[in-house]
Design a protein around this ligand. Structure first.
Ligand SMILES: NC(=O)C1=CN([C@@H]2O[C@H](COP(=O)(O)OP(=O)(O)OC[C@H]3O[C@@H](n4cnc5c(N)ncnc54)[C@H](O)[C@@H]3O)[C@@H](O)[C@H]2O)[C@@H](O)CC1
Ligand SMILES: [K+]
Length: 512
């Protein structure tokens, strides 16, 4: 089975879901979950320390603080100098945290109500056990000051469960927020670790399931994206095949001044193995050939839309919002082919309830690829509102337009019309540049042309697109300056490595 090659897609739970899992896992758990969590975190801390030293553990007033007391106890037992800062009232700690606090004291530990100054030579590790999934509001006063001091320590900074100050559901910094170099999260992934500000705040993310099989206890509303989700499609081609077996992908866009967008999309589609790639341009003055990619065939956009037998259209790269563009979007939605709408095609849909209704009534769901500003237009809200709850925004678009949607950005969210969602962890900020979205549209068009269904194609394209960006940036040492056109050959290489693995290929697990 091809799927055995790939790490399974792990479940992701918002706070309410984690609470449901905990409620079923906690009673009678031996050892108690907090003991398991603390022991697992201490093992990671020891790896980060790599020798003797001084550790500061900052504990909060809830069970996240309880995890911190357990970590402190293990590190002290391992011979480290451990200082615990705890400003709460022991009598008000929840039961598990109270037991962990008592055990810390029994083992000779003590607490300080203020953050102590660093020892000579500084801390070797600071541990953030202030707030986890129970954070209710922005940190202020004493705790805001503690966060600023912890963030200024030039040593590994380990967050327990989630960096304090980060909203576990949305990935939004609520105010001052711990800047972790490493985060160890317990039981299951939370969306806030993976999207918006989460990846910046978490540093290197480690999941410790602490022997809890979350999905056996409560259904997960979301999952991470791994190739396991579409592994069934990753078989080598049959020898007895020809270009007609892999479909025609058509890219529609390229208004005057924006022809490059359609060409980028077309080149990407060619690299992802569509049988033929046709580019339909709005700009009548364009040269009818891409000299560097002569495999592409050029048409006028209306001509291409009228052509019979096209398997998949991607409409939007460089399209503009002219009347002619509206006519093309209107016609494309009415076609029975697979359909991707991107960029200005989405802006035209946002302005026109008629197009929205037509989209929602298509016999095959379309694939929509908005960035947050386009999403805000589609939802009639603001970019800030979209970013405040990216999962809700993606699910609303998918539900209203009966389409598969990717809300792009750090930790892209894929949502289907039934309300399930996925978060992608591949990709990097060098990809925040013009033309990158056009390449995604081209990859999508190719996979759809090859006969993949909308969901498989979108999950694969989003993951592959990010992976290609990671590969180019790693190979060239780029933080910025990535060119969109560099992505397509890298995506081709990553895709083919999925289909024909080299023996050295380990299962892909981005976060561990
Ligand atoms: N219950 C258990 O056995 C387990 C709990 N776990 C840990 O427990 C955490 C959740 O614990 P809790 O539900 O107690 O929540 P937290 O420990 O995250 O925080 C809750 C406490 O913080 C206070 N608070 C919230 N926001 C505040 C703010 N802005 N300023 C000041 N005080 C604020 C609340 O009033 C409450 O006292 C998880 O993140 C995880 O670290 C893990 O050990 C796994 C097992
Ligand atoms: K924390």
């Amino acid at each position: 089975m091809p799927s055995a090659r790939f790490a399974p897609a792990r479940p992701i739970y918002p706070v309410a879901g984690i609470r449901a899992v905990e409620a079923r896992a906690l009673p009678g758990a031996v050892p108690p979950l907090m003991e398991r969590a603390g022991a697992a975190a201490a093992a990671l801390a020891l790896r980060l320390l790599d020798g003797p030293g001084s550790v500061l553990v900052a504990c909060g007033p809830g069970n996240n603080g309880g995890d911190g007391f357990v970590v402190a106890r293990h590190l002290k037992a391992a011979g480290l100098r451990v200082v615990v800062a705890f400003a709460g009232e022991p009598a008000k700690l929840p039961a598990d945290a109270s037991a962990a606090h008592a055990a810390w004291l029994e083992h000779g530990g003590s607490t300080s109500a203020e953050l102590p100054p660093p020892p000579p030579g500084g801390w070797n590790l600071v541990v953030d056990a202030l707030f986890g999934i129970g954070l209710q509001r922005p940190l202020e006063g004493r705790y805001a000051g503690w966060i600023a001091t912890l963030n200024a320590q030039p040593c590994p900074r380990l967050a327990l469960d989630i960096p304090s100050g980060l909203d576990a559901d949305s990935g939004r910094r609520l105010g001052p927020c711990f800047a972790a170099s490493h985060t160890v999260s317990f039981i299951a992934l939370k969306p806030g670790l993976l999207t918006l500000d989460g990846p910046d705040q978490c540093g290197e993310l480690h999941l410790q399931e602490i022997d809890v099989d979350a999905e056996a206890l409560a259904p997960a509303p979301g999952h991470e994206i791994t190739p396991a989700l579409f592994a069934g499609r990753l078989a080598p081609r049959a020898r007895n095949s020809h270009k007609g077996s892999y479909g025609d992908a058509a890219l529609i866009g390229g208004a005057p001044g924006m022809v490059g967008a359609a060409i980028l999309a077309g080149r990407a589609a060619a690299n992802l193995g569509a049988g033929r790639v046709l580019v339909g341009l709005l700009d009548p003055a364009t040269l009818p050939v891409d000299i560097l990619r002569p495999e592409l065939m050029f048409r006028s956009a209306p001509e291409l839309l009228a052509e019979a037998g096209i398997a998949a259209f991607a409409v939007g790269p460089g399209l503009g919002q002219s009347d002619a563009a509206w006519t093309l979007v209107h016609a494309a939605i009415a076609l029975p082919a697979q359909l991707v709408l991107d960029a200005d095609a989405l802006n035209l849909v946002a302005r026109d309830p008629g197009l929205q209704a037509a989209l929602a009534h298509r016999s095959r769901p379309a694939v929509l690829t908005p960035h947050p500003a386009e999403a805000a237009r589609l939802l009639g809200s603001t970019t800030a509102d979209v970013q405040a709850d990216r999962i809700a925004a993606a699910c609303r678009m998918a539900g209203q337009l009966k389409a598969w949607v990717v809300l792009k950005g750090c930790g892209s969210i894929v949502a289907n019309p039934d309300g399930h969602w996925w978060i992608n962890s591949s990709g990097n900020p060098a990809m925040a540049t013009a033309g990158i979205g056009d390449v995604l549209s081209g990859i999508l068009a190719a996979l759809l042309a090859r006969g993949w269904d909308a969901g498989e194609a979108l999950l694969a394209a989003v993951h592959l697109h990010g992976l290609a960006g990671d590969r180019v940036c790693a190979a060239q040492g780029l933080d910025s300056g990535l060119l969109a056109d560099e992505l397509a050959p890298a995506a081709r290489a990553c895709f083919n490595a999925w289909v024909v693995p080299s023996p050295a290929d380990a299962p892909q697990r981005p976060t561990e």
